[in-house]
Design a binder for this molecule. Structure first.
Ligand SMILES: Cc1cc2nc3c(=O)[nH]c(=O)nc-3n(C[C@H](O)[C@H](O)[C@H](O)COP(=O)(O)O)c2cc1C
Length: 212
């Protein structure tokens, strides 16, 4: 069943609020495993420091790689040299995920705290990264470095064989987000619907409707 149909079915039940948390996390889990799923990629927003006392939002697309329904965590992979890692370090890991795919008219926002992981969990994740995807971690120069030339910089150094690609592990990180709250909005024909979910430190979940 598609994402929209699943929420339509839930909303047609007697107790939709009771099933909201489970369906959101079930859908995130599906997003983490299927690249055709509307929530396989999301916009990840961090806080960028632009001066001693000034900040601005910074967003980019990332792939949702893993989701743990029990611990309420979602993961993405990145290059440790990228700007977003620095931004997370300077903001105590504050971030927001946004998932939206126009055909569903369903928006999901996750607010949470991220941890940059480089232990055995990251080793295991790296082992599963395909050779093609490893190229993202194989640039000699750091991602985001300015290059002042007419033609875009060559990426030839990234086309390595499997054993050569192991050098990319040094740059690879798993970033795990502990989700604290969720804002779900569905611009449903016949009436918009919005819900809020908040996760307490002791494992409690508070779910309520919001005025859309
Ligand atoms: C479809 C798509 C998926 C992407 N997935 C990731 C990802 O999983 N991790 C990542 O670090 N960057 C990913 N990127 C690149 C980021 O959007 C971004 O350009 C890059 O990470 C640099 O971001 P930063 O300078 O804010 O750190 C993806 C881009 C696109 C278009």
């Amino acid at each position: 069943m598609g994402l929209q149909a699943a929420f339509d079915l839930l909303l047609s039940s007697e107790t939709p609020l009771d099933g909201m948390d489970a369906l959101i996390w079930q859908s995130l889990a599906a997003g983490a495993t299927g690249n055709k799923h509307p929530w396989n990629t999301g916009c990840l927003m961090t806080i960028k420091k632009t001066g001693d006392d000034s900040h601005c939002p910074s967003g980019r697309t990332v792939v949702l790689r893993r989701c743990d329904v029990v611990s309420r965590t979602v993961d993405f992979h990145t290059d440790v040299r990228s700007a977003k890692v620095k931004e997370l370090e300077l903001s105590g890991g504050a971030l927001c995920w946004l998932f939206y795919e126009p055909s569903t008219r369903i928006q999901l926002r996750l607010q949470g705290t991220a941890t940059v992981v480089n232990d055995q969990k990251a080793d295991a994740a790296w082992e599963a990264v395909t050779l093609q995807s490893r190229s993202a971690y194989l640039s000699v120069d750091p991602p985001g470095k300015h290059v002042w030339s007419q033609q875009p910089p060559s990426t030839a150094e990234r086309f390595l064989n499997q054993s050569e690609s192991e050098v990319g592990r040094e740059n690879f990180r798993l970033v795990r987000t502990q989700v604290h709250s969720v804002d779900w909005l569905y611009l449903r024909q016949g009436g918009h619907v919005r819900a809020s979910l908040t996760y307490g430190a002791q494992g409690s979940t508070e779910v309520s409707w919001l005025v859309p």
